[in-house]
Design a protein around this ligand. Structure first.
Ligand SMILES: Nc1ncnc2c1ncn2[C@@H]1O[C@H](COP(=O)(O)OP(=O)(O)OP(=O)(O)O)[C@@H](O)[C@H]1O
Ligand SMILES: [Mg+2]
Length: 403
């Protein structure tokens, strides 16, 4: 997101629908959301549990011309198969045992509005046939009635299953899949956009603090790094619960690694995965872990120290390069300057007023971001600063359009 309009959209999504995001990875789904919301297109939202499928569906409805009409959410996985059809399409009195009176279904209730068919992958094949028909023509019949009814409903479907796989397994109709899949919003797992964790923590913490009339004192960079490296199998939902619990029980106290440690469960086989695993591998090579250091949090702390040392090395490296440039210039040597595409044309020897550390820093940031095609995480790593620091600098230097 780089234009003012985009920033306004992010602001609106947060304010009205509680969607918090600013990472490059979340840009595609957010742009798609904004693009499809005003249309009547059937939309399929996919993503692991807790990635925000439901909040996105709400936002689509809220940003559509249907917003004054009902938004009906149906969890297809929570309704027994035998009842789902009558719940969705209604039934006539006596249509089946227990149908003691006529009842309209969710589709009729959602007329002129939007229906969210959550966990669509759980829908039995027989109901899928009827759903396809409503999607094609808006027509359906109540269970036990021959009378054709017509509704004007926009359908959003959501699932954390791989529907194509279900199609191959014969559990999901191919024609329905293609009908639903015409517009797909794919929500990435949180571990694919850890750079949003800082914002999310502040958002959830501030909300819970306002609710409990306490003040949130913030989070340290070290603690944030730990959170950014946790696997979050339950995605944003898990992070939200974690933050709300910690902040409430600690009365909004400043979050440090020590404080976090109290809330990260001690036996964490899953925390040994991915990034974390690779960090531990580095520690093993650098200095074998002592036997008594089996505590997971100790290992995390040790890896943080390693990272901190690496950052210090990189910073020293950058200072040395700058010193060299200054030195070379004074000797009137031609200095080869790496010019990225998005940098303005730079003379090989810097002009006098360019000897400004801030300007140099700005150029290094632009260069790193260009090199990694706007990937803030990799750019920050190369620059030896935290992503948060990079983010602040991007704002200071008005470079946010590069990410
Ligand atoms: N981008 C986000 N910003 C802020 N909160 C979010 C975001 N994504 C998810 N959440 C929060 O996480 C929780 C879970 O979100 P939601 O119910 O939309 O997930 P889901 O993908 O529908 O999960 P499931 O598959 O388990 O139903 C909610 O409390 C929601 O507010
Ligand atoms: Mg859901």
């Amino acid at each position: 997101m780089n234009t003012t309009d985009d920033q306004n959209i992010l602001h609106l999504l947060q304010l009205r629908y509680g969607i918090v995001a600013s990472s490059a990875v979340m840009i595609a789904p957010i742009q798609r959301l904004v693009q499809v919301a005003p249309t009547d297109l059937t939309t399929l939202i996919t993503g692991e549990t807790g990635t925000g499928k439901e909040v996105f569906a709400h936002a689509i409805h809220g940003l559509s011309k249907r917003r004054k009409h009902p938004f009906v959410s149906v969890n297809c996985g929570a309704i027994p198969e035998t009842l789902l059809e009558s719940e969705l399409f209604g039934h006539e009195k006596g249509a089946f045992t227990g149908a003691i009176e006529q009842r309209k279904g969710f589709f009729e209730s959602a007329d002129k509005g939007t229906i969210l068919l959550d966990e669509i992958g759980e829908m039995p094949i027989s109901t899928q046939v009827k759903l396809l028909r409503v999607l094609e023509s808006g027509e359906f019949t109540r269970v036990g009635s021959p009378e054709m009814k017509h509704v004007d409903v926009r359908v959003i479907a959501a699932t954390n299953r791989d529907l194509l796989y279900e199609v191959r397994q014969g559990n999901f109709r191919e024609d329905l899949f293609f009908r639903l899949n015409s517009v797909q919003i794919v929500l990435p797992p949180l571990r694919k956009h850890p750079e949003d964790i800082g914002l999310l923590v502040e958002y959830f913490a501030s909300k819970v603090c306002t609710k409990n009339d306490i003040e949130f004192e913030g989070i340290s960079d070290e603690a944030l790094i730990i959170l950014e490296n946790m696997p979050w199998r339950g995605n944003v939902r898990e992070l939200r619960n974690f933050v709300e619990t910690l902040v409430t029980l600690e009365n909004g106290q400043y979050i440090t690694p020590e404080l976090l440690r109290k809330y990260i469960p001690p036996a964490l086989p899953s925390y040994e995965e991915e990034t974390y695993n690779s960090k531990r591998a580095i520690i093993h090579v650098a200095e074998p872990i002592r036997r008594e250091e089996h505590n997971e949090s100790d290992i995390v702390m040790r890896s943080l120290l390693e990272v901190r040392n690496e950052i210090a090395d990189i910073k020293r490296g950058i200072s040395a390069i700058i010193d060299q440039i200054v030195e070379l210039r004074s000797e009137k040597f031609e200095v080869p300057v790496i010019v990225s595409k998005s940098l303005e044309k730079t003379d090989k020897v810097l002009s006098e007023d360019e000897y400004n550390l801030e300007e140099m820093e700005r150029k290094l940031i632009v260069s790193a971001l260009t090199r990694y095609e706007g990937n803030r995480r990799l750019a920050a790593k190369t620059l030896g600063i935290s992503e948060r620091t990079l983010y602040r600098k991007l704002i200071d230097y008005k470079l946010t359009e590069l990410v």
